[in-house]
Design a protein around this ligand. Structure first.
Ligand code: PXP
Length: 237
């Protein structure tokens, strides 16, 4: 079964626009779980323009499904996750000023940094996932680093999907098979939506988890949060 992890950063963005506590990020997280989400994802950035470090602390005891924290492994980020001890940390390479993640790791170039980080997380009993493109070398290195999973950066799939779904998914299937052969679990995320999710899931049914934020929260404006989460889960059946 592929788990749906809802990325709630957009909820925090909306809250931060007014400075108060509407919408209530903590309540939305709990409600997402009640509506069927099998995980909650947050991506605290150094400037805290979306989720704040204090949100992450407060979310921890409330989450009853799987808590996934994504981010660049700065010292501050590592101190936070080692304190919070989520079920999974997804390491992403984005620069602090990136609007959103826009590439996977070059795991050859950053092998030393990543090996130290993965070891630290592993010693703390936290599952580690490394955000990667579909390059086999990056995936093979993730296995050598001792990571548990990779998360495939699916933006290129999402962009090509409307014109050529078969060509769009092909490198992702090959990458997922490479990950599996190397003993890694496979997550996927970025730009997945109600149009393109069912197809990638049909072709790669062994995805462990998809983490979805932007499109899901946007769809909730029309379908409501409960209806939206159910619609995404239907794509994963
Ligand atoms: N996975 C990672 C590593 C991300 O950085 C993001 C965006 O924060 C997502 C998944 C979710 O992407 P989207 O908001 O396009 O669904």
């Amino acid at each position: 079964m592929t788990k749906l992890s809802v990325n709630i950063n957009k909820i925090a963005t909306l809250r931060n626009a007014r400075g108060g506590n509407t919408p209530d990020v903590l309540k939305v997280a709990v409600d997402c779980e009640a509506f069927g989400a099998e995980g909650i994802t947050v991506h605290p950035r150094p400037d805290e323009r979306h989720i704040r470090y204090s949100d992450v602390m407060q979310l921890r005891p409330l989450i009853t499904t799987e808590f996934n924290i994504e981010g660049y492994p700065s010292r501050n980020f590592m101190d936070l996750v080692l304190r919070v001890k989520p079920h999974q940390v997804t390491l992403v390479p984005d620069a602090s000023d990136a609007i959103t993640s826009n590439a996977g790791w070059d795991t050859s170039k950053h092998f030393k940094l990543l090996s130290e980080i993965v070891e630290e997380l592993c010693n703390a009993g936290i599952r580690t996932s490394i955000f990667v493109d579909t390059e086999f070398k990056d995936i093979e290195n993730a296995a050598k680093l001792g990571a548990d999973r990779v998360e495939l950066y699916t933006e290129p799939y999402a962009t090509m999907y409307p014109n050529n779904p078969e060509a769009a998914v092909k490198p992702f299937l090959e990458a997922a098979n490479t990950a599996r052969k190397n003993g890694l679990g496979v997550n996927a995320g970025h730009d997945l939506n109600l149009n393109n999710l069912a197809y990638i899931h049909t072709i790669i049914p062994f995805l462990e988890e998809v983490s979805i934020g932007h499109a899901l929260i946007s769809d909730a404006l029309y379908l409501g949060l409960k209806g939206t989460i159910q619609a995404y889960k239907n794509c994963l059946k």
